[in-house]
Design a protein around this ligand. Sequence first.
Ligand code: GUN
Length: 285
Amino acid sequence: METKIIDGLALSKQVYVDLKNRIRKLKNIGITPGLAVILVGESSASQIYVRNKVKACEKIGIISKQENYQENIVESELLNHIYRLNKDTSINGILVQLPLPKHIDTHKVIEAIDHNKDVDGFNVINAGLLMTGNPLFCPCTPYGIMQILKNENINIRGSEAVIVGASNIVGKPIAMLMLQAGATVTICNSKTKDLKSHTKRADILIVAVGKPGMINGSMIKPGAVLIDVGINRGLDNKICGDIDLPSVKDIAGYITPVPGGVGPMTIAMLLTNTVESAERSIKDQ
Ligand code: GUN
């Protein structure tokens, strides 16, 4: 079977065409969507992620406001910056790049963000709304994965979906979305026994762990749809995902490559959430 390599970059470009139209309409009535991106510390990976998000905003006409703070910022000061951005009417979305330094309580920081500006969809209100089937903001990576599956006409209803990785950012929210779309969902974690017995059953396998080569050809069902969320640096120093692409090729039905699969869609969904937040701000006036 020939494996289809899903082009997430091409799909993200389609999303941007639609977003540019929506932004034009907003600008016609005097509103420019604004996204604040907070980066704490000097992590080079986080710096790259933030730079990509800010660049994408600039490309389509969203105002991005990047705020960088030193690794040793005290928690109360960081919270005060968020309270200020909550009140700033030019800002429709607030994103705090994770992970945060260990001395800062991440939960407290995420909860400080006004849930109407929580474009990452991470705070408790948004997680609860998603779980109960009424999302205000879907977390960007799960949202992007659902768009990819929709665009490829992948049948979700009645399928076996197996998710490897149970984070609040990807594993748990994508499990909720797949469940609501009618899949039978299994969430595996680092303690799961005999991982292969689960992954082999998957019609749709979503892997978000951060370990290169975690999934190989012997662990998948022929024809499976493989969604690779991992972003790792391999031994050859190149960016790679969690799935060993050469060994699954010609067994899987579909795979999202790394780079160029889920990553570009994550950013496209962040900007979608920001534009949606700006559109909602008119209705609330
Ligand atoms: N760190 C890794 N992924 C994400 C994400 O989607 N949002 C934020 N804010 N931080 C992250």
